[in-house]
Design a protein. Sequence first.
Lengths: 258, 263
Amino acid sequence: MATEAISVQHLSKVYATRDGGVAALERISFSIDEGEFVAVVGPSGCGKSTLLKILAGLLSSTDGSASLRGTRIQGPRRDIGVVFQAPVLFPWRTVLDNVLLPIDVQGQGRERYLPAARDLLTLVGLRDFERRYPWELSGGMQQRVAITRALIHDPAMLLMDEPFGALDAMTREHMNLELQRIWMEKKKTVFFITHSIPEAVFLADRVLVMTPRPGRVVDDLRIKLPRPRGLDAMTAPEFGEYTRHIRALFNVKGGLDA
Amino acid sequence: MRSPKNIALSVLLFCASVGAWEGLVRLFEVPAFILPPPSQVALALWRGFGSGLYLQHLWHTLLETMLGFIAGSALGLVLGTAVALSRPIEFFLYPYIVMFQSLPKVALAPLIVVWFGLGLTSKVINAALIAFFPLLVNTMVGLRSADEERVSLMRSLAASERQIFWMLRLPNSLPFVMAGLDVAMIFALIGAIVAEFVGAQKGLGMLIQSMNFNMDVSGQFSILLILSVLGLLLNRGVMMIRKRVLFWDPSEKERLDQERLSA
């Protein structure tokens, strides 16, 4: 169980600007076990998206190291699935074709993955929509297609960058339940970025709390709520304690006025 | 809008204006070499098609236009792609492209006719030169307008630049390319007619000019009518292709919905 899925050591990122540089991340260290659901919470500008881009291989770090499953990240790799804030679907592809995009890119036979694609679409409740086009779907449905696409090549881990940030509150709660269900079924490692404290506490085994300027991890909180968690878990006293604790961290560090 | 009542009204309006034109020309005895009555235009049309004269020239102009459209579009697509994909090509070529853009390209027609003669070639080249520009610019812009997030997604999947081009940039540029084709089609017709004006042995443009020398104004009117119908049909043709290719484009969908509403 305790093999490391993600290991980050003294990771720093400085963006070059005219007057020197801005430190987006400063000597961040943490590790995530295989199968763990870790949420990163922090206000905008705390470098959490930068962190995800480095893990996805889309951005290089200035200093320190980041490894996935024991190998150093040197660029994009095929054993991860990324979900962005927007669904980022291709409008000229049907739902099924969108889901199969990673397979097309990797040049693997579509036929071999068709059953898997259909199973995943069933899992997210979109089996009857496989021939539809993205513009025929609601925002929540589109994001579910994006999650399906991230899972199709059976990656070891999912990187999610505020995937539900653009959805309305009701849809968002529903998607949180869905994601928990998918995670409990698929047992993937999930690295989940959000700026919503309740969302982080609701979903995660562990919450990393980040504050901005420079981006730092100020707390690493283990959430000991039983699973599966229903929406009523949010009204439990422990839930309130976790969220209060995290909010207090932001107030001390002045992070929320960012 | 398309209720039987409105259609009837529109037909009535058309008949009334043609009738008024006929009546006024007769009433004020306007000479036919200034403004012919519609009946004479219709007669010229009838004779022209009856003798096979118009069809022969129409065919020639259509051929020039289509060949020019195809050649110009292909050239625009290839050059636009090259400029969009390669910084060096853009750096060395783009200034000339901008210069060429600001030039009224019909002014090239006399030179083209001197260089390539009175036959088909000069017309096709002139049509292609005028048609190629909208394709060049639209292809360039279209290929470069791929959404940053979509590019990031492709990169995160470890896609090669080649894959990003074929799977993302190219389909993404299609709405721009189709809009370019729309314009290029009409431009090609203009190019062909202008080159025929300058010097030709066949074609509707040449026919207009020789009718002008003979003060056959009703003949010219009948050709203008043919040209506007031809332009309309060519435009419709491109639009039909566009609808098929861009079924997924939201702006296209909006237009379809509007057409459905007004139907």
